[in-house]
Design a protein around this ligand. Structure first.
Ligand SMILES: Cc1cc2nc3c(=O)[nH]c(=O)nc-3n(C[C@H](O)[C@H](O)[C@H](O)COP(=O)(O)OP(=O)(O)OC[C@H]3O[C@@H](n4cnc5c(N)ncnc54)[C@H](O)[C@@H]3O)c2cc1C
Length: 336
């Protein structure tokens, strides 16, 4: 177990905010976690993974916990249950399952962060969400130290949403099982996956082919956290009633608004398009900047952006989108 007071969290948040916590603890087993939960730790307590969806607004006055519970195991032949510890780097899991020819996680390639958070966040990309393939989530209830197992249905997964987000801090994820398959099951209908696979025999694809294509697409438009600080998509894509969408279409000179039709007369409009249309691509506030290749992302371009720089840029974007489209953008990135 690692336990460090007054700890610099710069390396534990991909935004690269230079903030500290009162106490940082890294544990590597269920027993260590249970012992910690029985202690009188500095409050509040925040459990982090790779810190790739967090914006620290300043120093954190309490305890930051981090799991290094690792291990990936496989059970079954055609349909395979894959178990991974909360501290496993999510993309290492994807790489390993693709290497073994298992379908299910390949579209989630290169998403930063760890397995524990993938089940909290219901991470998603290119038409697949973690909740589609999660079998069970093994947790400990922080207040009681009791072990609890949730089925995917118990987790109430929705767009970047789960029960864990609504019961923040109540459960700590220990490990997650995923239901994957050897049977050919690619999901190619989203974004430009098919274009990236042009010339390939789609019937003869392996999961690693799709993974490679996704990695190529993502590298072209998303910042690499190792080089440029960010927390990925800063805002959620808004979902609005069709009448509201039609009013936006009528207000745009060429009448072209990218969108996805949803059930119940709802329409999802890419926040990136709204931000771009409001002229924010490349906009700068202090050390923070709207990423030129993908305006949904705010980057710590200078490496020295402060939380206030990011929040000021966020507020300007929200106000501009509200004024121009009558739409309220909500951050996907969790503000701590
Ligand atoms: C460049 C970039 C691209 C990205 N692309 C995508 C994308 O395509 N799709 C997508 O969905 N997301 C994307 N993200 C966001 C991010 O990668 C995900 O939200 C990821 O799941 C966060 O994982 P993490 O381990 O870093 O969690 P953190 O950011 O550390 O934590 C996220 C949340 O999970 C909680 N948590 C973490 N570990 C545990 C645990 N063991 N038990 C209980 N709660 C826990 C934290 O308290 C927090 O509420 C991107 C981020 C970046 C920087």
């Amino acid at each position: 177990m690692i336990r460090i007071p007054s700890y610099d969290l710069s390396a534990h948040n991909t935004f690269g905010m230079k903030v500290k916590c009162a106490l940082y603890i890294e544990y590597s087993s269920l027993d260590e976690l249970k012992a910690l939960l029985a202690e009188d730790l500095p409050q509040p307590v925040l459990h982090i993974g790779g810190g790739s969806n967090l914006l620290f607004r300043g120093d954190f006055p309490g305890t930051v916990l981090h799991s290094t519970i690792g291990g990936i195991s496989f059970t079954g032949d055609d349909d395979v249950i894959v178990e991974a510890g909360a501290g496993v780097v999510f993309d290492d899991l994807v790489a390993e399952t693709c290497r073994r020819g298992l379908w299910g996680l390949e579209n989630l390639s290169l998403i930063p962060g760890e397995v524990g958070a993938s089940a909290v966040q219901n991470i998603g990309a290119y038409g697949v969400e973690a909740g589609d393939v999660i079998d069970q989530v093994f947790c400990v209830e922080a207040a009681t130290g009791e072990e609890v197992v949730f089925s995917a249905a118990d987790c109430a997964y929705g767009y970047r949403d789960s029960r864990f987000k609504h019961e923040k801090g109540r459960y700590i994820v220990l490990k997650v099982t995923f239901r994957l398959t050897q049977k050919y099951a690619p999901v190619l209908g989203y974004g430009n996956i098919k274009a990236a696979l042009e010339g390939r025999d789609l019937e003869a694809l392996a999961p690693s082919d799709v993974r490679d294509a996704i990695i190529r697409i993502r590298r072209e438009k998303l910042p690499d956290p190792a080089e440029t600080g960010s927390a990925g998509s800063f805002f959620k894509n808004p979902v609005i009633p069709r009448e509201h969408f039609e009013r936006i279409v009528a207000s745009v000179p060429d009448g072209k608004v990218p969108h996805f039709d949803l059930p119940d007369g709802l329409v999802k409009v890419p926040a990136a398009w709204m931000i771009d249309t409001c002229g924010f691509r490349g906009a700068v506030k202090g050390g923070a900047k709207v990423y030129e290749k993908q305006p949904l992302v705010i980057v710590n371009d200078s490496g020295s952006a402060s939380p206030d720089d990011v929040i000021a840029l966020e507020s300007d974007i929200i106000a501009a989108v509200r004024a121009r489209f009558g739409v309220e953008l909500h951050p996907e990135v969790e503000h701590v």
